[in-house]
Design a protein around this ligand. Structure first.
Ligand SMILES: [Zn+2]
Length: 458
């Protein structure tokens, strides 16, 4: 039997995919070897490594890559043309995603080891060795925060069972996390702005939600997701996937704030204001969006602060929450048509209900809230040595800023900028403290375990 003419370019394309993906697989193996050689160099000398060997990251990427290769091999040249073309489209999308992950890991390795003396990469890089040497602090500080947050959400037993190690990269994208490989991404411009890292609590809460619904199958969490999907579909004519995606986002906001209250404050600065345009009315935007409107997210988060008593316990936080919500409300009054205001109100009420219901379920899970006494302890950090866990430290960074905002309202401009200058030093101290936590409490605790594991896998 002869291959019809039109099938030839299709077959050629399949072959191109197969060779491109094989090449990615070998690049990944090389990268894995490089990571391992740097890590084992430190581990064998008993020194704190610049990163913990990210076993989970490589496992997940290798699985992804092998799966892609299988799919490319299984494309049947005799199948219907349209089905081959659509499979090729999906392969192309996934191959690009994989390539992006590999590129991230590759640049991250050189950034993390530059300035540490492990390898002489700085010469091949445009960024100076000194800058890179300083940035390693931020990497380790963020890793420390991730580890602390995961421990507060999923517990130390889960960490041991899953051999979890934190791994973060700074890149051009916004805050995001891959719930399978656990690579946490933070935008470059926030590498020294530790205050904004509070958003990591939202990102790592995605891991908790993913684990609760996929792996550990927590019935209470799953049924709560189900219970609220229906009203979202009914009241806002969303499709099922969009509704459950938006609920996952709300869950992550709520859990993030529960563990790390500063997530609320960071969100008010980071999330866009809701405004409406005539071309794209609110309801149709809601139906297409991954995230619920900002107002609804903030309302859900405020319920958490209220529910765990922080608003009554801290007047500075209370004032901030109050005035920021007023601002969002005023923005809506001028930006939204009356019918969209109704949509927003309905969604906000639902978001509050989601929050209240989740707050009843969370005490039965591994998630640990930041209590009022934890908050008071964090507050004391303003006046003494910053020997606090990383989650508390990012909250402290916001407490300091909120205190400044309140005090600055009575200051002239010069005093205002003076106080901001002093704050830069404060943020650096916070990063140093988080890095100390990494060296003393995380690297020493995890590395023995991971070391054994890696010897098996390499
Ligand atoms: Zn999210």
């Amino acid at each position: 039997m002869f291959v019809s003419e039109i099938r030839l370019p299709i077959m050629e394309r399949s072959e191109t995919f197969r060779s491109a993906i094989s090449l990615l697989l070998s690049t990944l193996k090389n990268l894995k070897r490089n990571y391992w050689s740097v890590y084992s160099y430190y581990a064998s000398e008993g020194r704190c490594p610049p990163f913990l060997y990210p076993t989970m990251v490589f496992q997940s990427l290798e699985n992804f890559c092998s799966d892609l290769l299988n799919r490319a091999n299984q494309v049947d040249p005799g199948a219907r043309l349209d089905s081959i073309i659509s499979e090729h489209g999906e392969l192309e999308r996934d191959r690009t995603a994989l390539l992006a992950e590999i590129t991230r890991l590759s640049s991250s390795l050189s950034q993390r080891i530059a300035g540490t003396g492990a390898m002489n990469v700085a010469q091949t890089h445009s960024i100076s060795q000194l800058e890179q040497g300083t940035s390693i602090k931020s990497y380790q500080a963020v890793d420390a925060l991730s580890f602390d947050l995961v421990e507060r959400m999923l517990g130390s037993a889960w960490i041991r069972e899953n051999k979890y190690v934190p791994f973060s990269v700074f890149d051009l994208f916004d805050y995001q996390i891959d719930p399978k490989s656990f690579i946490a991404c933070i935008p470059y411009h926030d590498s020294f702005r530790a205050r904004f890292w509070a958003i990591m609590a939202h990102e790592l809460a995605h891991v908790f939600v993913y684990e609760s619904t996929q792996a550990t199958r927590n019935i209470e969490i799953i049924s709560l997701l189900w219970d609220f999907t229906e009203p979202l579909v009914d009241e806002f004519s969303m499709d099922f996937t969009t509704a459950s995606r938006q609920l996952t986002e709300l869950f992550s906001d709520i859990i993030g704030t529960y563990v790390c209250p500063a997530t609320f404050v960071t969100s008010t600065v980071k999330l866009p204001y809701s405004t409406e345009s005539d071309v794209d009315p609110l309801i149709s935007r809601i139906q297409r969006s991954t995230h619920p409107p900002t107002d609804c997210r903030l309302a859900a988060m405020k319920e958490v602060l209220e529910g765990n008593g922080l608003l009554y316990a801290d007047s500075v936080l209370d004032d901030y929450v109050d005035s920021s919500l007023k601002l969002f409300c005023r923005k809506n009054l001028t930006g939204l048509t009356p019918s969209s205001q109704d949509v927003m109100e309905d969604y906000t009420e639902l978001a509050k209900l989601v929050s209240q219901s989740l707050l009843e379920v969370l005490p039965h899970t591994t998630v640990k809230p930041m209590t009022t006494s934890d908050w008071q302890m964090t507050r004391k950090g303003l006046f003494c040595e910053l020997d606090l866990p990383p989650t508390f430290l990012v909250n402290l960074a916001w407490i300091k800023r909120l205190e400044c905002i309140r005090r600055d309202s009575n200051h002239d401009f010069r005093a205002y900028s003076e106080s901001r200058k002093r704050e830069t030093q404060f943020l650096e101290n916070i990063i140093n403290s988080a890095q100390k936590y990494y060296t003393e409490r995380i690297a020493s605790r995890v590395s023995g375990d991971i070391y054994d594991l890696c010897i098996d896998s390499s």
